[in-house]
Design a protein around this ligand. Sequence first.
Ligand code: SAH
Length: 240
Amino acid sequence: MSDTSTSVDPAEIAKFDALASRWWDPAGEFAPLHQLNPLRLGYLLQRTTIKGARIVDVGCGGGILTESLAREGGDALGIDLAPAALDVARLHALDQGIRVAYQLIDVADLANRHTGQFDVVTCMEMLEHVPDPANIIRALALLVRPGGDIFLSTINRSLKAFLVAIVGAEYLTHTVPRGTHEYARFIRPSEIARAARAAGLIVRDITGIHIDPLTRRFSLSTTVDVNYLMHLSRPQADMS
Ligand code: SAH
């Protein structure tokens, strides 16, 4: 087992595990992930090949993104540290007749065992729940093959993000439970870019996600001050 003290917050895992049964309720606590999913899937499909690709979805939870990647023909593995969320993910895939693998394993352990074996690595809405995101980014960089792609999404550490994602979503509209997000854990795109470059990755794109406060519809945006997506890739041949 790797030392997970800086890459895992057990209280965060427990929070998601306790909500496991709610994962596939499109109107429940995870509604924003359901609403976001077609948009982020579209972003991925525009930027990489999913069909036939070996994909690992890190911090997959109940499998909203993982399942959609498998539906697009990807050979998808979802990993998480919340056992009940993974149970829900497995049952849901079975129920839908979709072939997806799920595994309870730390990302650094998977990276040691399957270094460079994935064409596509995804890690969405997870980095803002870990003590040291750079640690996770290093593991993601190890998982992807040379020339492969990594897709991340998270929340910026800005005043607007505080107002929208915490005050608005947790206290005003109650779209997500109180305590879902902690401001200090939000991450600036520049911080991810720095960690990515340090891990030998190329930053291909940063795209914002706009949420219409009235319709709650999500759309891609050039403004990255709240939610954003990032596309990183590993160079074809490592320079080192
Ligand atoms: N990626 C999914 C779920 C996001 S919710 C989606 O976007 O649909 C955040 C998930 O990250 C939870 O399932 C939680 O258990 C998981 N998580 C948090 N810290 C983690 C860590 N260090 N390693 C793996 N999973 C983690």
